[in-house]
Structures are given as C-alpha cells and as structure tokens.
Design a protein around this ligand. Sequence first.
Ligand code: HEC
Length: 158
Amino acid sequence: MSVVPRFAGAAALTALITLGCGGAPAPQPIGPKGSESGALAPKDEDGEVQAERGARLFEQYCSECHGKHGEGTAKAPPVVGAGALPLEPRAAAKVRKAQFRTALDVAQFVVKNMPADAPGSLPESVYWDILAFDLKANGVSVSGKHIDAQTTAALPLR
Ligand code: HEC
C-alpha cells in the first residue's frame, strides 16, 4: 500500500536538483567515464526491471490524475502516448515552465511537482522506476542502462 515516509522525498529532491544543475559531482559513476550508453555497474538494475516495477508504482501514485496507463484524464494531461511529454509546457500549464529535452528534465519536474497533491513525497528510487516506465511507454529505450540522474541527462526524449 502507499505507506511512504513523507521525508524521504526531501532527500530525493535535493539529490536530483543538485545533480541536475551540474554543480555537484555525481556520487557513483556508473560505467567507464565518457560512456554514453551508461554501461552497467554490477549492482545496477537494468532499466527494463525498473520499468516493470514502475508500471505498478505509476498506477499507485499517478494514475488517479493521469489515467491507469498514463493516457490523461480531465484532471491532468497524458504522460503516455501521442503528444505526451511535449518539449514546451502546454498552453494550459499552471505549474510547468521548463522544456522537456532530456529524460532528466522530466525527472526534475516530476520530483519537484508530482504527485501534484504531495510533491516530492516519494522515495528517489520510486521516481526513477516510474520514469523508467514512462520512458519505455513512450518508446524511449531503457534497456542496457540503469535509469538515474546520470543516464537520463544523456537521454534525449525525441
Ligand atoms: C493529484 C493529481 C496528480 C497526481 C496524483 C499526479 N499528477 Fe502529474 N500532473 C498533474 C497536473 C494537474 C499536471 C499539469 C501541471 C501544470 O499545469 O503545469 C501534471 C503534469 C505532469 C507532467 C507534465 C505533463 C506535461 O504534458 O507537461 C508529468 C510528466 C507528470 N505530471 C507526471 C506525474 C507522475 C510521474 C506522477 C506520479 C508520481 C504524477 N504526475 C501524479 C496532476 C497530478
């Protein structure tokens, strides 16, 4: 069930924002330096495994507003399918201001603002699993890499 400690999100948020701004060094380099593919360190799970878990987590934490499969509802825009995750904020957007160029752009928006009724409330790993699911559902390849701040920075959405 959804028994997630509220405070876990704060650490996730800080970590993501810090990494995303390029200010702090990444804590655990994965794969050889300069590797675009985000080669796997032994303990890193493949994005496919994250995506599988992420589908269930999406249903638990996001589907109430974004629909069971991310197709969108009257409450919130689609995050899966044609027109999902557009480069520019939607005309009707009240919260989103930033472009979505890379998967990391989406992650930063989501950690800071989602779930809209409890922003930043989920553990960091839950956000990455959900992102892996959402990327895969939109045809972005998540296999062969662990979906995290490092790999998503080099993962264009389109
Ligand atoms: C209580 C309702 C609610 C929940 C729960 C929720 N969202 Fe949202 N979400 C919204 C609304 C409303 C927007 C539009 C924000 C705006 O106006 O800029 C949005 C926008 C988004 C966007 C940007 C979409 C776009 O086209 O710009 C993404 C990505 C997103 N949500 C992901 C998630 C994820 C992942 C979760 C689960 C962790 C989640 N949301 C949970 C209501 C919700």
